[in-house]
Design a protein around this ligand. Structure first.
Ligand code: MG
Length: 334
């Protein structure tokens, strides 16, 4: 995907425009103080344990805004609907979008609908875009970072991590991908794992109120492995994590063992990883834990100078290089 983006997007489009430009390939761009992001949802099946495409389309875009430290303001929703699609299902999906948007405190204010003939789409695809803005909590956060060290950005971002920063996961990882796989035909396993798809803006606001966050990212496609490698690469730091500190639910561990999938490579839709300056990390952790979405939050590692890329200390005391995932272990989960 990175190669594809370089070859077809960055090579062909002007990409240096804005405070956080397209070239940064971050979760959202920042142009004239406006935070702007877009995402298309092609999840299969449309309804899955713990959620549906409507919930996902709102949560995913809200999360890409709030991991930049922004307050989500409004969303668009464009649907590509296959001819003959069930009206009942569409009502259900739209209701789910509305209730997820309410939870996040945002509204869908514009959109588009296209109907295509059978075979041209797979039921329903949704694209949502979103805009967000600065808040006083974000200003406070940046102020707290600068008490610790120089920080040239006005936003937490993928390039903002420095050696010494503490890495926190807001909760257990791998649930969304495993929930989807368990529901698909042909995999033949049963699990109680549910998708974690949910908007993160209220949780992140609590963390920003404490302050000291230099980078945030939602571990969606490619999971935590991809996220950490992006940070290591864009911030030019090493990253060390400890396997025993990774929050992974028992049912996710056993499903991954059975399927031969690395939970670090599975996409999540309701989690955020934060990099925090060292003296604020414990307080940010406590703030995350104060909300139900963050009660399983844990420190998983830190940014370091003496490692190249991403290295994990394993249960057995060994060391394992965590590579960016090559393929997609679970396709069409978002
Ligand atoms: Mg993202």
């Amino acid at each position: 995907m990175q190669e594809f983006i370089r070859e077809f997007v960055l090579k062909e489009l002007d990409h240096e425009f804005g405070e956080i430009p397209l070239a940064a390939l971050d979760d959202a761009a920042i142009i004239d103080g406006i935070v702007f992001t877009t995402d298309s949802y092609t999840v299969k099946p449309l309804f899955f344990p713990g959620g549906d495409i409507g919930q996902l389309a709102i949560a995913g875009t809200v999360n890409d805004l709030c991991v930049m430290g922004a307050v989500p303001v409004a969303l668009s929703c464009a649907m590509i609907i296959q001819e003959g699609f069930s009206a009942e299902d569409l009502h259900r999906i739209m209701r789910s979008m509305n209730s997820t948007a309410k939870k996040a405190g945002v509204r869908v204010v514009t959109g588009d609908t296209k109907v295509v003939e059978k075979g041209a789409a797979d039921g329903l695809f949704i694209n949502t875009s979103g805009i967000g803005k600065r808040s006083k909590h974000l200003d406070h956060n940046i102020k707290m970072v600068r008490k610790s060290r120089q920080f040239k950005w006005n936003w937490p971002n993928d390039s903002g991590v420095s050696a010494g920063d503490v890495l926190i996961s807001s909760g257990s990882i791998g649930n969304h991908g495993v929930a989807l796989l368990s529901f698909r035909e042909g995999y033949g396993f049963d699990t109680t794992v549910k998708s974690d798809a949910a908007p993160l803006n209220h949780l992140i606001e609590e963390a920003l109120k404490v302050g000291g966050i230099t980078a945030m990212k939602d571990p969606t496609r490619g999971g935590v492995a991809n996220l950490l490698n992006e940070w290591a690469d864009k911030s030019a730091v090493g990253i060390r994590i400890r396997e025993e500190d990774l929050p992974i639910d028992e049912a996710v561990v056993s499903a991954c063992e059975m399927l031969g999938i690395d939970p670090l490579e599975i996409g999540n839709e309701g989690k955020v990883v934060l990099a925090v300056v060292p003296d604020m990390a414990e307080r940010v952790l406590r703030a995350l834990k104060s909300r139900s979405e963050g009660k399983k939050a844990r420190i998983i590692g830190e940014a370091v100078k003496d490692v190249r890329g991403v290295m994990m200390e394993t249960h057995t005391g060994g060391k394992r290089v965590v590579e960016p995932p090559v393929g997609d272990p679970v396709p069409r989960i978002c």
